[in-house]
Design a protein around this ligand. Structure first.
Ligand code: TRP
Length: 456
């Protein structure tokens, strides 16, 4: 079902920037270093890159196929490809994941706003490593401040979503992305010049294979899905706005390379500093927020650098929350025939409630846990490590079983006008390697494989 009146992204550059804008965000700069730190460094990085290539790229291209072919939202796309079937469950899983991710992502986005203010007012300078860590602990466990910023961030996202797809998303990502890239490079250079920086680079790049375990593999897979914005229909929704002449293969490769590059830069920026300032790499979610102020403290005009950096980080987070919000909004708008404003309001209010609970779960509600995790960590766990890979697995199985290879190839080659020499390899990975690989990682994590081994 195609819809001629649907909004499409304006320029070719706009398409790539908006999709990169969705992919590049806190996942690269906040979550990636924190995962690397918790999962033993370079060994994790290696598994992560393997996941990006073997699972991430094929799933991304498949999402592009689904979105542009159907020109519908995450749930509607499956209804249109397989009417009256239960496959649209993939879309519902995605819409739910969008909500849940927004629920904790908005909190961390809010932290970036607090840090902009702190940087601008000069309270991010002249402190010791412990003081920075204490400041962050006090701030994040406070009741009001983080909630205030979470609400502010969701309101900002809401405003952009209601103002329309094209104008809002495109404008925001075009200017700020290249600036963020540049400042990351500058920070990397500063960081590797710190005393003891070499230890950090060794941690990041010299793998200790004994560190690879099933939980490291699950974390790496989850991080790959999270960082590329795949597995929940985000890129289905975005590619539904692509034009028929967009080169899907090239876009997938470009987005993946840029996203991975930004994560690597974030790693090079963080780990030398972590070792230089004697911070534990396993600090978890606060790692970036306690490490970076130390780096800025060592820079000439540190206040200015830190202000610009946190501003750009907030914008990168914003282009990602926009994409998450858009998945749920487009679903309500198209499948439940709501106005854009009403759909967006429902999503924002839902995200707000989850956001407030996750923010409180870091402080006063720390004791209330689900499966041993705080609400914040729980949302992160079920989305990144379960719902996204599960969605990706189903997407591949669905396409492998239900879609004629000719239709797939025609869409991915723009009706034969561009070549796709690796089509067979792509189809093989998408049909077999990705779903089987994801399935095995799940089974292994659940302990089922070890259990079977013990029986036979
Ligand atoms: N990829 C984004 C990041 O790295 C987060 C994000 C945006 C996302 N849209 C998504 C993650 C969809 C999973 C699914 O910050």
């Amino acid at each position: 079902m195609t819809n001629k009146n649907r909004v499409t992204f304006g320029s070719k550059l706009g398409v790539v920037f908006a999709t990169v804008g969705s992919a590049v965000g806190l996942g690269n700069i906040w979550r990636f270093p924190y995962m690397v730190g918790e999962n033993g460094g370079a060994a994790f990085l290696l598994v992560y890159i393997a996941c990006i290539l073997a699972l991430g790229l094929p799933v991304m291209l498949t999402e592009f196929f689904i979105g542009r072919n159907t020109q519908r939202n995450a749930a509607g796309a499956f209804k249109s490809l397989a009417p009256n079937s239960t496959w649209s469950i993939i879309g519902y899983n995605g819409v739910l994941a969008a909500f849940l991710i927004l629920g904790f992502y908005a909190v961390v986005s809010g932290w970036t706003l607090e840090y902009i203010i702190q940087a601008v007012t000069g309270s991010l300078s002249g402190k010791s490593t412990t003081e920075f860590a204490d400041d962050f602990a006090n701030f994040s466990s406070d009741i009001y401040r983080p909630i205030f910023w979470t609400i502010a961030f969701i309101a900002l996202t809401h405003f952009i979503i209601v103002s329309g797809v094209k104008k809002g998303i495109e404008r925001a990502s075009k200017i700020m992305m290249p600036m963020l890239f540049l400042i990351l490079v500058i920070l990397c250079i500063r960081s590797v010049m710190l005393p003891n920086a070499g230890k950090g680079l060794i941690f990041l790049f010299k793998p200790d294979f004994s560190k690879i375990s099933s939980s490291v593999i699950l974390s790496a897979m989850g991080q790959a899905f999270f960082s590329l914005s795949i597995g929940m229909g985000c890129l289905i929704t975005y590619s539904s706005y692509f034009s028929k002449t967009t080169n899907l293969q090239r876009t997938a490769v470009e987005v993946t390379i840029l996203d991975t590059l930004v994560a690597l830069l974030a790693g090079i920026m963080i780990f030398p500093a972590v070792f230089s300032f004697n911070i534990e790499p396993t600090e978890g979610a606060r790692l970036v927020f306690i490490t970076l102020p130390n780096v800025f403290g060592q820079m000439f005009l540190g206040e200015i650098w830190s202000s610009i950096f946190f501003l750009l980080l907030a914008v990168a987070a914003l282009t990602s929350t926009i994409s998450l919000h858009e998945v749920a909004t487009a679903y309500l708008l198209e499948e439940h025939k709501m106005s854009r404003k009403k759909a967006a309001t429902l999503v924002s209010v839902g995200a707000l409630i989850l956001g407030v609970i996750s923010s409180l779960s870091i402080g006063v509600w720390k004791e209330h846990t689900i499966l041993g995790l705080t609400f914040f960590d729980f949302l992160d766990y079920i989305t990144a490590k379960i719902m996204l890979p599960f969605g990706g697995m189903l997407i591949c199985i669905f396409i492998g079983r239900r879609i004629d290879k000719k239709i797939l190839k025609a869409e991915l080659t723009n009706q034969g006008t561009i070549t796709f020499s690796l089509f067979n390899i792509y189809a093989f990975f998408m049909k077999y390697i990705a779903p089987v690989g994801i399935g095995l990682i799940f089974l292994h994590e659940l302990g089922i494989i070890n259990w079977l081994k013990s029986i036979f």
